[in-house]
Design a protein around this ligand. Structure first.
Ligand SMILES: Nc1ncnc2c1ncn2[C@@H]1O[C@H](COP(=O)(O)OP(=O)(O)OP(=O)(O)O)[C@@H](O)[C@H]1O
Ligand SMILES: [Mg+2]
Length: 304
């Protein structure tokens, strides 16, 4: 059974009279990774900072594990682990010593739990090395170990994939999915890069100028973006897609075919293309930029 871990109700924030967050509603359940996707300046960090109480909201309510952050701040915060600004770490101490310092400040964190988180984040081999010898990815892992040591129900990470290479992002994705799916944590990660969110998350909330304009599954975003085929017999391929898969197809300038179908249907289309001998050269996801996605979502609104 998944539990409602985070709920935002009509959350607003104005700074010096400027409306920055304009009525956000959001729900996050245990066991899922929700991506908070939006361009620079759209209000991701501001929203996350309000959720963890670093700044106050102007209006609205936030509940964490059922506790209002305004009325029951301490109880609510007991359930949150986060990395919003850079995680606090002592460079000249080892990873393990850093964890020990934090453990001494929290009640009930045993050595076993510390070992458990070290293994969860895959830092067994390097945990006794000094933090200044760590790579960015290792520091990120240690940060997460610190954030999850007290077994929070909610983990909040602001732009966690910043600076990681694709292999690092892939590793990181495995880690947060493990936390969500095996430890039943609810994970909220922000990013301004669609491909990152697509890799890491189950659902995505798209934020634009302080408003959540869409909440959807990652699968649907991919579907909305479409699939591209490069084939020799474009007209024949177009006909197959239209008639056999009942999908709208665009023949693009570069003579590729763009169709909006689910990823699960791609192999069936490919099979048909092979059978029909249309000369299939390659198939790809149509990687639209986030801006394109926003244009599609907002029907031509200007993006600021
Ligand atoms: N203390 C502040 N005073 C004035 N304006 C602020 C303040 N904090 C944030 N803002 C404004 O609020 C808007 C949202 O900023 P925020 O940092 O939440 O965006 P973001 O989505 O996290 O962007 P990024 O992807 O660049 O991290 C921006 O226009 C920013 O300039
Ligand atoms: Mg930010």
């Amino acid at each position: 059974m998944s539990e409602l871990v985070l709920e935002l109700r009509n959350v607003h924030k104005a700074i010096k009279g400027k409306k920055i967050i304009k009525g956000i509603n959001l729900e996050l359940f245990s066991g899922e990774v929700l991506g908070f996707l939006g361009p620079n300046g759209s209000g991701k960090t501001t929203t996350l900072r309000m959720i963890v109480g670093l700044i106050r909201m102007t209006k609205g309510e936030v509940f964490i594990a059922g506790h209002s952050i305004e009325k029951d701040f301490v109880k609510a915060m007991k359930n949150v682990g986060c990395i919003i600004e850079n995680p606090e770490m002592y460079d000249y101490l080892s990873g393990w010593e850093n964890l020990k310092i934090l453990a001494s400040m929290e009640k009930g964190i045993t050595k076993e739990r510390m070992k458990e988180v070290v293994s969860l984040v895959g830092m067994e081999k390097r945990i006794d090395d000094k933090v200044y010898t760590y790579s960015l990815g290792m520091k990120q892992r240690l940060g997460i170990a610190q954030a999850i040591m007290k077994r929070p129900k909610l983990l909040i990470l602001d732009e966690p994939a910043n600076g990681l290479d694709p292999a690092g992002i892939s590793e990181f994705r495995k880690l947060i999915q493990k936390l969500a799916h095996e430890e039943s944590m609810a994970v909220l990660v922000s990013s301004h890069i669609l491909a990152e969110i697509e890799m890491m998350c189950d659902r995505v909330a798209i934020i634009k100028q302080g408003e959540v304009v869409q909440v959807t599954t990652v699968k649907n975003i991919v579907k909305d973006q479409g699939i591209i085929w490069k084939i020799k017999e474009v007209q024949q391929g177009k006909k197959i897609l239209e008639e056999e898969f009942q999908t709208a197809v665009q023949l693009k300038e570069d003579q590729t075919l763009l169709a909006f179908i689910g990823e699960d249907q791609v192999s069936m289309v490919n099979k048909r293309f092979m059978e029909a001998d249309v000369g299939l050269l390659y198939v790809n996801k149509n990687q639209k930029s986030l801006e394109d996605l926003f244009l599609a979502l907002t029907a031509g609104d200007e993006i600021v």
